[in-house]
Design a protein around this ligand. Structure first.
Ligand code: TYD
Length: 242
């Protein structure tokens, strides 16, 4: 049986310290043990250019990175990732697990940096030509628990992680709003549950997807970037509809 033919695209999302990487690794191992081909990847990153962009945007010491620049760097990394890695793997019928995708930009840059969630969503739909995950696993983490987890031991926080709790609270709400808007495409789980329990619930949900016919991952038509009217005067000249 070739249920995997169309490929399956799953994104893990959540605040810093939610445990996404642990759960992505657990799911990959479980799926591989039953014969599936799994590609694990992450954002920002996942390609050579993406990994360079990752250091640029996350490391301290690269000078000022204003919010628009930050959003465009994440989107550039994602464009390369979607084109060079995710689409080809889905085309081969693989299961792609990405640690973060578009929702992270909508939450961190749209809500966290106040760039506007719709604007950031459009930018990223354009960057990925509308490539959407079949399922997004949202690990909902209390910002204080997230901070305790990620600073446990040693770890210095990166540029985004080191933002105030209030920033992380805005991000948490934005993730939950995204999930509430399209509940059928999300599995939302409290990140404080035991690792085993989370892994079991995620695997159970993914199995239901594998048992059903999988549609192609690209649902959205390739979107147009909204250009402000003043920047495109000739567009308004033609009377009539549209
Ligand atoms: P992540 O890889 O989850 O961090 P780590 O590997 O250190 O646990 O994410 C890196 C940071 O980048 C995280 O703080 C979230 C942020 N980020 C955005 O702000 N926007 C984005 O679009 C993405 C993908 C990540």
């Amino acid at each position: 049986m070739n249920k995997q033919k169309a490929g399956l695209f799953i994104a893990f999302e959540g605040g810093d310290g939610a445990g996404k990487s642990t759960q992505a690794a657990r799911l990959a191992a479980a799926l591989e043990s039953t014969g599936h081909t799994v590609l694990r990847t992450r954002e920002p990153g996942g390609t050579p250019i993406g990994e360079k962009l990752r250091s640029l945007v996350l490391d301290h010491g690269n000078g000022e990175i204003d919010a628009h620049t930050e959003a465009l760097i994440f989107a550039a990394s994602r464009a390369a990732h979607a084109t060079q890695v995710i689409r080809p793997a889905l085309g081969r019928g693989e299961i792609v697990l990405t640690d973060r995708y578009i929702d992270s930009s909508v939450a961190y840059q749209g809500a966290g940096r106040n760039l506007g969630q719709d604007a950031v969503q459009s930018l990223n739909e354009w960057a990925t030509s509308g490539l959407q995950p079949h399922l997004t696993v949202l690990l909902d983490v209390d910002p204080q628990l997230g901070r305790r987890r990620r600073t446990a031991g040693q770890a210095a926080e990166d540029r985004l992680e080191s933002e105030a709790d209030e920033f992380h609270t805005r991000i948490r709400s934005a993730f939950l709003d995204l999930a509430a808007g399209r509940p059928a495409s999300y599995l939302v789980l409290p990140a404080h549950l035991p690792v085993e329990e989370l892994a079991a619930q995620i695997l159970a949900r993914v199995k239901t997807l594998l048992d059903a016919p999988i549609p192609e991952a690209t649902h959205a038509p390739a979107p147009q970037l909204a250009v402000p009217e003043a920047a495109a005067p000739e567009a308004a000249s033609d009377g009539g509809g549209a």
